[in-house]
Design a protein around this ligand. Structure first.
Ligand SMILES: Cc1cc2nc3c(=O)[nH]c(=O)nc-3n(C[C@H](O)[C@H](O)[C@H](O)COP(=O)(O)O)c2cc1C
Length: 198
């Protein structure tokens, strides 16, 4: 099994979402490929135009932009399982994680338009989201539903979530939030390993 571990905390390895996502990925077993998205550039007009320019007429800069996106997509396609560390910053996901999503959502490659609407092309994968938050928002907040909607758009609908909440409330709340999240990681990975044995 190949797992793609996507981290997006601006604190790098010191981020709570990163540490928990790492723990989850390593408990799943198999090969783990790490992708830190904190340096992914914003999708600007030039990059988007490059995606829509035929290979034969691309400038070298456009070719480089397409190859960068292609490499991120190849990594995602090759993974059976995706674990994403998702900090909450100002009520949403990190802008660099959004930039990563903007680089892997490519018409005709990761999704396609049909008469019945958009269809995701990355089917058959499982994803785990590790949400880290200063406060308490639960699973109905857009911080979670947006990521689930995006993954579903690409065809990834088997999604489990872990919540590390209350991390900014007090030291005791933080400890409790992290302990709860670790217990969720244990439960989920135990279930996954048991399912793999059946
Ligand atoms: C710039 C910034 C903005 C934040 N905004 C929110 C917020 O809107 N709501 C919230 O509950 N926590 C907020 N927090 C707290 C983070 O969610 C918390 O520190 C969490 O641990 C971040 O995940 P990380 O440690 O993986 O980076 C914010 C933290 C930072 C640094």
């Amino acid at each position: 099994m190949k797992t793609l571990l996507i981290s997006s905390s601006l604190f790098g390895a010191g981020g709570q979402s990163t540490a928990l996502a790492q723990e989850l990925a390593s408990r799943l077993g198999g090969e783990v490929i790490v992708r830190d998205v904190t340096t992914v550039p914003h999708l600007d007009a030039g990059r988007f135009a490059a995606f829509n320019t035929p290979a034969a007429t691309r400038t070298p800069a456009q070719q480089a932009a397409v190859e960068y996106s292609d490499a991120l997509i190849a990594e995602l396609k090759a993974a059976d399982t995706i674990v994403i560390g998702v900090p909450m910053y100002n009520f949403g996901i990190p802008s660099t994680l959004k930039a990563y999503f903007d680089h892997v959502a490519r018409a005709g490659i990761t999704f396609k338009y049909t008469e019945k609407g958009a269809v995701g092309l990355l089917t058959g994968k499982k994803a785990y989201l590790v949400m880290a938050r200063g406060g308490f928002y639960g699973d109905a907040h857009a911080h979670t539903t947006y990521v689930r909607d995006f993954l579903a758009f690409l065809g990834i609908t088997d999604v489990e979530s872990v919540y590390a909440e209350g991390l900014a409330i007090s030291p005791a709340a933080k400890e409790q939030g992290l302990a709860r999240a670790r217990a969720q990681v244990e439960d989920l990975t135990l279930n996954q390993r048991e399912a793999a044995l059946i």
